[in-house]
Design a protein around this ligand. Structure first.
Ligand code: BGC
Length: 465
């Protein structure tokens, strides 16, 4: 086949992945948008003294997302990845509209939990779909690209919150996300179904037709189709495979570990605490803090490019080691600075240092754990248990997120700010040890080979060789 067909197949893959990954954008938009809206919602509904309700306003989305992620495995097994994304899009559209027009706080909390369902489904189905569509040479970059959209979503949410904050227009903050949700809906209608999912349902000719659209040569189509068929020979699935197969239990455990490790970096604490740290560094007005969040969001996006450009060259493990080391270091320095720096008008070296450490932490996360937890989780599960395995790991991500965000303020009350940051620095160091022992290198190896290695009982660390 000529270079023209090659480049047209590549283009198709890129467009398809772009469309599907708008789901990642929704993930970021919907999780990010509440941070700026919260204070105005509190004002309008008179929730000043009601810390519990305020907490629910923020946490309801993570609760919905945890439930959505649990259901997503079943939904995506029945409907396929494509129609799961379509369902998520419908929920995004209706949920955003309900929240924008919410007459009271209960409806708003309900609407946020409802949107959470879609975030849970999308955070499950998107990486899976991308892993099944992308050729293995660029699989890592494609899924990191999903993280890029999460972070872009967060940034856009911070930007639009900042814009609407001048009018205290929280309904617009929450409602404006309906537009990308509509784009997602129409985008997903046009993407093909996952060839792996089609083959798993015995729809081989459809699977081949999709592969011909997204692979440049008939050799590659046949090669990949053969690998898919091989993978499908294992007939057990999901829960029954989990009960009967120790090797599958290992990959499920690894997926959970990866997502726990992503959350215990403390990323959401840092995102949550960013305005505080910015304030401590001497920028005290609400406006400065809003723009500070925008800056944090921007760094988060830019640093994700580091992962995208090196994940399929350097591999997963080196990036993880580097990223976690950076996060442990910057978290520890922030712990030291916590007690030393107080907000003041004259900015000292310490003030700038805390801002630099904040930025450094986010760079460390965005270049490693952020994208790679999703990349690895979508790669390590055997096909017959992939729905189950990714369900468990995605739900673990949301449950950990919920627990850590909810416990953060109590942790500070019990340990103090500095010790809380020390605690997270230590967790990052423990992660480095865990990566060393358990995390495989999966660069440039087919999903089918990873599966064969896992099932033959190879050590987790070696299943990518
Ligand atoms: C994590 C989220 C986090 C986001 C920040 C995602 O990969 O799962 O918990 O808020 O990255 O960029």
């Amino acid at each position: 086949m000529g270079s023209e067909e090659r480049s047209s197949a590549n283009k198709t893959v890129i467009i398809v992945c772009l469309l599907a990954a708008i789901a990642g954008l929704m993930f970021g938009l919907d999780t990010g948008v509440i941070s700026g809206a919260k204070q105005f919602v509190v004002k309008e509904f008179g929730l000043e003294g009601q810390v519990g309700l305020q907490g629910w306003l923020v946490a309801s989305l993570t609760v919905g997302a945890a439930i959505g992620a649990v259901l997503a495995g079943w939904i995506s097994f029945r409907l396929g990845r494509k129609y799961s994304l379509l369902l998520a899009a419908v929920i995004f559209v209706t949920g955003s509209l309900i929240s924008a027009f919410a007459p009271n706080i209960s409806v708003l909390i309900f609407a946020r939990a409802f949107i959470g369902l879609a975030v849970g489904i999308a955070s499950y189905a998107t990486p899976l779909y991308l892993a099944e569509i992308a050729p293995e040479k660029i699989r890592g970059s494609m899924i990191s690209f999903y993280q890029l959209l999460i972070t872009t979503g967060l940034l856009l949410a911070y930007l639009s919150d900042t814009y609407f904050s001048y009018w205290e227009a929280w309904r617009w903050m929450l409602g404006v996300v309906v537009f990308p949700a509509i784009i997602l809906f129409f985008g997903v209608i046009f993407v093909p179904r996952s060839p792996r999912w089609l083959a798993s349902k015995g729809r081989n000719s459809e699977a081949l037709a999709v592969l011909r659209k997204i692979r440049p040569s008939e050799d590659e189509v046949q090669g990949e189709f053969g690998e898919i068929q091989e993978g499908l020979k294992i007939t057990q699935k999901g829960w029954s495979l989990f009960k009967s197969n120790g090797n599958f239990r290992r990959s499920v455990g690894l997926g959970m570990l990866l997502q726990i490790m992503q959350q215990v970096t403390g990323i959401n604490i840092i995102l949550y605490f960013a305005p505080e740290i910015i304030k401590m560094a001497g920028f005290s007005s609400v406006e400065e803090q809003m723009w500070g969040s925008v800056l944090v969001g921007l760094i988060n996006v830019l640093a994700t490019f580091i992962a995208i450009s090196v994940v399929d060259k350097w591999g997963r493990r080196p990036i993880l080691f580097l990223g976690y080391a950076i996060m442990a270091f910057s978290m520890a320095v922030l712990a030291v600075l916590m007690n030393k720096v107080v907000a003041s008008d004259t900015l000292s070296f310490m003030h700038y240092l805390s801002l630099v450490m904040l930025a450094l932490f986010i760079i460390g996360f965005a270049m490693s754990a952020g994208p790679l937890a999703w990349v690895l989780c979508s790669e390590i599960q055997p096909l017959q248990g992939r729905d189950f395995g990714v369900t468990v790991s995605t739900a673990t991500n949301w449950i950990m997120n919920m627990i850590l965000t909810a416990s953060f303020l109590s942790l500070i009350a019990a340990l103090g700010q500095a010790n809380t940051f020390w605690f997270y620095a230590l967790l990052n160091i423990i992660c480095i040890v865990l990566i060393w022992f358990f995390v495989p290198e999966t660069k440039g190896i087919s999903l089918e080979k990873i599966e064969a290695n896992l099932m033959s009982g190879k050590k987790l660390r070696d299943i990518g060789r």
